[in-house]
Design a protein around this ligand. Structure first.
Ligand code: HGY
Ligand code: MN
Ligand code: MN
Length: 416
């Protein structure tokens, strides 16, 4: 008999991870391979070992906590998420999937009920793009979309490459090729995550069955005009890099609002204005562009429209606009068989649920390239995330862990 999840254990693990952060400013900051993240990694590995899981790590730092099954010839079942955060974040984005995965494996192990397949809870390296400007590094490498050569041209703002950082941390580049998974290596993957929107909360429903995961397309945009005097330069004579950036940002908003996609967003999150002075017209402005969509065709249309607008603005404002595409990722439709098992788990537990699209991307977006993948959402208070205001009730996490436990147990006993 599978026991019910213990919300206090979930709370303790979450607080255990959250103790490791830079402590600068509001909220939690735990950036890939910084001291707090390395300490959080050690803590999670210790907790996994204390549960009796076999703990391993691959050459890009993906951590596996595995509960061995009775038939090692069968492909494993995966769950997991991430422990790195954006700056000034909350304590639930990613970490919820790790601690609920650990709780699920603890309950299955203690049930002493047989499960054929190994079940692993995985900490994927660097889901957030914060340090290297590219998201989902660990799961992207598993999907064969981040080569060892790629790690040599990914730099952080100190100019350190991911390749050098991995080397300095003792990861073996000669084993980098082992990271990649092939279709068939993993039987099924289920990731629990906070919703990061307010649909579940507004509906008063505790569980989201995710049917699709939006994928990001990210650009780094450099705009070059002419730096000059704010008062001495007539309006007609300006080549104002910031105003060009502002017009491009508003066009991005308009393009995404008018898109045919079932779900699409457009965001400018980073703005660097040089020289950033009250009475100087900016000659150099850099912005980030983040476009998400569940529909690749609609995202392609939005990207082409934005490029057209950039050319128009370039000509009209006599500036130079350089748009470097960092990634242009494919959305994922979740595996319907796993979704049905998730729904059956909810029905068995008497828990209401609703299906929904994920606007945020997750590691499951890349795991879904080599394995059947699906997700379980739990509510976010006021729909807020990537903020110190991020909150999910521990009782909601325990409900999510119960559905995850039932689903993983069912999958772990499915024949080939
Ligand atoms: O940005 C995202 O969707 C994810 O939270 N990193
Ligand atoms: Mn996030
Ligand atoms: Mn996340």
């Amino acid at each position: 008999m599978l026991e019910r999840a213990d919300k206090n254990r979930i709370e303790n693990w979450l607080k255990g991870i959250d103790q490791f952060q830079t402590g600068e400013g509001d909220g939690t900051t735990r950036i890939l391979f910084t001291e707090p993240e390395l300490k959080a990694r050690t803590y999670v590995k210790q907790q996994m070992a204390a549960l009796g899981l076999e703990v391993t790590e691959d050459a890009i730092g993906n951590i596996f906590g595995t509960l061995k099954g009775s038939d090692p010839s069968l492909a494993p079942v995966w769950t997991g998420s991430h422990i790195d955060t954006v700056s000034n974040a909350g304590m639930f984005d990613g970490m919820s999937g790790i601690v609920c995965g650990m709780e699920a494996l603890h309950l299955i192990k203690n049930s002493s009920m047989e499960h054929k397949r190994d079940i692993s809870v995985i900490v994927y390296t660097s889901e957030e793009p914060e340090r290297f400007g590219l998201s989902c590094l660990g799961s992207r490498a598993m999907a064969g979309a981040l080569s060892l050569e790629d790690t040599k041209i990914l730099y952080d703002k100190e100019g350190i490459s991911l390749y050098q950082l991995l080397k300095d941390l003792g990861y073996d580049e000669n084993r980098y090729h082992e990271i990649q998974k092939q279709t068939g290596d993993v039987f099924a993957s289920v990731e629990l995550h906070i919703e990061q929107n307010s649909i579940l909360e507004k509906a008063g429903v505790p569980i989201g069955i995710v049917c699709g995961i939006c994928a990001p397309t990210n650009f780094s945009v450099k705009i070059t005009g002419v730096q000059s005097h704010a008062g001495g330069t007539s309006m007609d004579d300006r080549r104002d890099a910031f105003m060009a950036a502002a017009e491009l940002a508003l066009r991005l908003e308009d393009i995404t609002k008018k898109s045919t996609s079932e779900y699409i967003t457009g965001t400018v999150g980073k703005v660097n204005v040089f020289p950033n002075a009250i009475n100087v017209i900016s000659g150099d402005t850099e912005i980030s562009i983040d476009i998400r969509s569940i529909d690749m065709k609609a995202k392609d249309v939005a990207v082409e429209s934005l490029k057209y607008e950039a050319e128009r603005i370039e000509e009209e404002r006599k500036v130079e606009i350089n748009m470097k595409m960092e990634n242009h990722d494919l959305p994922l439709r979740c595996d319907e068989t796993i979704m049905e098992i998730e729904k059956e788990s909810c029905k068995k537990l008497g828990i209401p649920y609703r299906t929904m699209i994920s606007g945020p991307y997750h590691d499951s977006l890349f795991v879904g390239r080599f394995a059947p993948a699906a997700m379980i959402f739990v509510p976010s208070k006021n729909g807020i995330s990537h903020s110190k205001e991020e909150w999910t009730d521990y009782s909601d996490l325990a409900i999510g862990a119960d559905v995850l436990t039932e689903t993983l147990y069912t999958l772990a006993n499915q024949a080939g």
